[in-house]
Design a protein around this ligand. Structure first.
Ligand code: IMP
Ligand code: MG
Length: 182
């Protein structure tokens, strides 16, 4: 779907900034405990996960000692329906050999992105690969990868804000909002 959409900045958010920060803080505690002594690699999927990742990083206990890597994994153009094509693009191959990798993803929709990314990280020799997804869309797709950490389960709607975009817009919104055809 492309063309006219409603103004997502009008009305109430689906998830407000306070709810997000409380949940991200809980995830930080859980991840710090689970990865104690393992110095995980946090693999941040660009662009959408950068806001979630920057908040989550700062909720980890100092002794978590994470490394940070970035990957561009894109299955969408400027459309809000998945095109089905997947691109995985550098900066560099992430440095994950023998590492415990935690992929930080903004949203799990069809799961194509994360299925491909997990496979890629395994071939690069990671010791373990888990996923932390801020949002998981409620979709009946049995073969989707299962994130070990989930911020929020949401209905099957298109959302923007807190890093998530529509045609590169709305990433700056501090909360998660629904975008609809009028
Ligand atoms: P998947 O491969 O279908 O799971 O798609 C995941 C990627 O599509 C996410 O990393 C987002 O970049 C994008 N995406 C999926 N749903 C939404 C949405 O509701 N809003 C914004 N981006 C989305
Ligand atoms: Mg996107």
């Amino acid at each position: 779907m492309i063309g006219a959409v409603t103004d997502p900045t009008a009305g109430e958010p689906l998830i407000d900034a306070g709810q997000i920060s409380a949940r991200v803080s809980e995830l930080g505690d859980e991840i710090s405990a689970d990865y104690e002594g393992r110095a995980p690699v946090l693999l941040i999927t660009l662009k959408g996960a950068f806001v979630f990742a920057s908040d989550l990083l700062r909720e980890l206990r100092p002794d978590t000692d994470p490394r940070v890597e970035f990957v561009r994994a894109s299955s969408y153009g400027d459309d809000i329906v998945s095109s089905g094509s997947l691109r995985l693009v550098g900066p560099d191959p992430p440095s994950v050999h023998d590492q415990d990798v935690l992929i930080l993803e903004d949203i799990l929709d069809t799961g194509r992105t994360l299925t491909a990314l997990k496979a890629r990280i395994r071939t690069l020799g990671a010791r373990s690969v888990e996923i932390a997804a801020l949002l998981v869309k409620d979709r009946p797709i049995p073969e989707r990868p299962r994130p070990r950490y989930v911020g929020f389960h949401i209905p099957d709607v298109f959302v923007v804000g807190y890093g998530l975009d529509y045609a590169q817009r709305y990433r700056h919104l501090p909360d998660v909002r629904v975008l609809e055809a009028p």
